[in-house]
Design a binder for this molecule. Structure first.
Ligand SMILES: Nc1ncnc2c1ncn2[C@@H]1O[C@H](COP(=O)(O)OP(=O)(O)OP(=O)(O)O)[C@@H](O)[C@H]1O
Length: 248
């Protein structure tokens, strides 16, 4: 069984093809990075996996099911959005949002799981703090706990380390290394150099899927996917830094 399967999948908005003929299989347990230029469709791909949007053509299966059936098995950390941190809610309550079931209050078991998730991300002692008092990196760890609280089989992380300090980036990847093998993990990232050190495989997406393979295989055709040169730096493992894209 695959954690994610896409077959001849296309997705269009207002007549514009955002994703084109994607064929893609992510084995259970894989730790995958999805990279690609801005607007290449990475977030759209994740939304198809969570069932927030439906393909215009083709098929997507998640853990062998339709995405909407698999939803309770998916943990999702969306791209950093405008979260209202003035809202008077504490850390534990924020994590409990991840256990949400319609018409049901959180149970004692939900609370235990939320505390365990906070422990996993090193935020247990912050459980009673108001979220408005947290730094960006601390808040992001709380959101990661919220994605982990249902003990998902598939964890989707959209730009998890964007706009947080380098110290958080290090602690974030230590958490990911600990989760490795316990669940399938998909990380959307622009930080190719860092992400490449931690993942099993890389998918390179720019409206179509250019490659899904080992880090080395992906780096070989990354220039094609980006449509512009990518500078290679030798750092023991392949490590690249993006040059500015001429269109941006
Ligand atoms: N609801 C929408 N309506 C119109 N266009 C949309 C919508 N959602 C996404 N798009 C467009 O689809 C394209 C792909 O967007 P998406 O957010 O998936 O890209 P991305 O690879 O995640 O980009 P980034 O790296 O900048 O986050 C973009 O051009 C975006 O403007």
């Amino acid at each position: 069984m695959f954690a994610i399967e896409m077959e001849d999948l296309s997705y269009c908005i207002n007549g514009r093809e955002i994703l084109r003929n994607i064929n893609f299989r992510v084995p259970v347990g894989e730790l995958l990075a999805v990279i690609g230029p801005n607007g290449g469709g990475k977030t759209t791909l994740l939304k198809l996996v969570t069932g927030q949007i439906k393909p215009s053509r083709g098929r997507v299966r998640v853990l062998g099911m339709k995405p909407e059936e698999a939803r309770s098995r998916i943990g999702y950390l969306p791209q950093r959005s405008h979260f209202e941190t003035d809202f008077p809610i504490d850390v534990l309550q924020t994590v409990l949002i991840g256990t949400y079931r319609r018409f049901e209050a959180p149970t004692d078991d939900d609370r235990k799981k939320a505390l365990r998730a906070l422990e996993m991300v090193g935020m247990l002692e912050y459980r009673d703090r108001k979220i408005g008092e947290l730094s960006g990196g601390e808040l992001q760890r709380v959101f990661l706990a919220r994605a982990l609280v249902r003990e998902p089989d598939l964890l989707l992380l959209d730009e998890p380390t964007a706009s947080v300090d380098p110290a958080f980036r290090g602690s974030f990847y230590r958490i990911i290394d600990e989760l490795r093998g316990e669940m399938t993990i998909v990380i959307v990232s622009h930080d190719i150099g860092t992400v490449a050190r931690h993942v099993d495989s890389v998918a390179c997406l720019n409206h179509r899927l250019f490659v899904h393979g080992t880090v080395e295989e992906a780096l070989k055709c990354i220039d094609d996917a980006y449509g512009c040169p990518v500078e290679l730096l030798a750092h023991g493992i392949p490590h690249r830094v993006l040059e500015e894209h001429p269109d941006e």
